[in-house]
Design a protein around this ligand. Structure first.
Ligand SMILES: Cc1ncc(COP(=O)(O)O)c(C=O)c1O
Length: 382
């Protein structure tokens, strides 16, 4: 059976170029980058090349990149590190964040006595900079607003948000979870005006278990992990050299190809939507269709359950998702769709298709071929 993978927001296949770079690092350059001998120096050189590649891909300087174990760790470091270092008693975030941000903010509220404002969104799924700035005060340690939503793909006005926050309180740090941005939209943390930004290699053709936090020069954070003082004392632990090498290679490709890829996946995405609308006229698109990552389509199919759709599509060789695949196993209605005001039954009937570098028209054809049967079957089962 031909397999169709349309779940690139959950994770992406490792690119062949990344695999080759990682294999070299695994087989030949096994040294500890902290060692002074030749093995160590070779591994250190690989890490520093990757740091340059990641920095160039996001518009930062290499010294502003702190490698982490994943995107979730980068988000945790941003929020907990800002609160602990700057002593602020207040955090502002949004109702549509990934749980790596939301659960961290709730932890700070419940366990560290931090006041928390979670700002809602309208049906378009786009955060209002004025609403964010309105919640910011002199005691706000950090504001966290994602760049691209992982479920509905909506693009957030990060530049406007950063400017509005800085105007409200010059001492407040601005963090953006940009895990779904790199590889899908152009990323330039300097022009965005943010202090902190989280990234994860496995969303852009790199390996799992490696990410980074951009920390603007001059910004200081309290570390989460103490030890040998790696990464300028911000994140101790022997560096994951093959993972970091893979991240660097993937980031370079992502930045170089983002324009061409966006045009290609947007056409595929729009073709899929057109075909789905023809087959299911009462289909509802969740979130703004224009201000959205070109690789994302999130729809509700009234009268069905997303879980049933997912299983039937899987049986037909098609992988997509409902709700957020990151909370493995949890199939409660998506907190993002509920935040948009989507009724719970319609939120339950949602499907997310996310395209990647390897997606083709054949993938769209495969979905459209089985969709009428799958929807009819799911409606009978509901
Ligand atoms: C927006 C967003 N933030 C953070 C993460 C977490 O990244 P990681 O899987 O590297 O921990 C994800 C993963 O799905 C994500 O989509």
């Amino acid at each position: 059976m031909r397999m169709t993978y349309l779940d690139h927001a959950a994770t992406t296949p490792v690119l062949p170029e990344v695999r080759a770079a990682m294999a070299r690092a695994l087989e030949e350059d096994f040294g500890n980058p902290s060692s002074v001998h030749g093995y160590g120096r070779r591994a250190r050189a690989l890490v520093e090349t990757a740091r340059e590649q990641v920095a160039a891909a996001i518009g930062a300087s290499p010294s502003e990149i702190c490698f982490t174990g994943c995107g979730s760790e980068a988000d945790n470091l941003a929020l907990k590190g800002a609160v602990a270092r700057h002593g602020g008693g207040h955090v502002v975030t949004t109702a549509i964040e990934h749980h790596a941000v939301l659960a961290t903010a709730e932890y700070l509220r419940d366990r560290a006595g931090v006041a928390l404002d979670v700002i809602g969104v309208g049906a378009d799924g786009v955060v209002d900079p004025g609403a964010i700035a309105g919640a910011v005060g002199k005691g706000t340690a950090v504001v966290s607003v994602m760049a691209v939503n992982n479920e509905i793909g909506t693009l957030q006005p990060v530049t406007e948000i950063a400017a509005a926050v800085k105007a409200a309180s010059g001492r407040t740090l601005v963090h953006t979870d940009a895990v779904q941005a790199l590889g899908n939209i152009p990323v330039d943390v300097s022009s965005w005006g943010v202090d902190l930004a989280a990234f994860s290699a496995h969303k852009l053709g790199g390996p799992k278990g490696v990410g980074c936090l951009y920390v603007r020069s001059g910004v200081s954070l309290e570390p989460l992990i103490h030890g040998g003082g790696h990464e300028h004392g911000l994140r101790s632990g022997t560096l994951n050299v093959p993972g970091i090498v893979g991240f660097g290679a993937a980031a370079e490709i992502a930045a170089a190809e983002v324009g061409a890829k966006a045009a290609r996946v947007r056409r595929l995405r729009d073709r899929l939507l057109e075909g789905m609308r023809a087959a299911v006229p009462d289909l509802v698109v969740n979130g703004d269709l224009e201000r959205r990552s070109p690789n994302n389509l999130n729809v509700s199919l009234p009268g069905t359950e997303g879980e049933t759709l997912l299983l039937l599509l899987d049986q037909a060789g098609i992988a997509c998702s409902t709700g957020s695949a990151c909370q493995s196993g949890a199939l409660d209605p998506s907190h993002v769709l509920l935040a948009l005001g989507v009724p719970p039954r319609l939120a339950d009937a949602s499907l997310r298709f996310t395209f990647g570098r390897d997606s083709t028209d054949a993938d769209v054809d495969a979905v459209l071929e089985v969709l009428p049967r799958v929807v009819a079957q799911a409606r009978r089962a509901a």
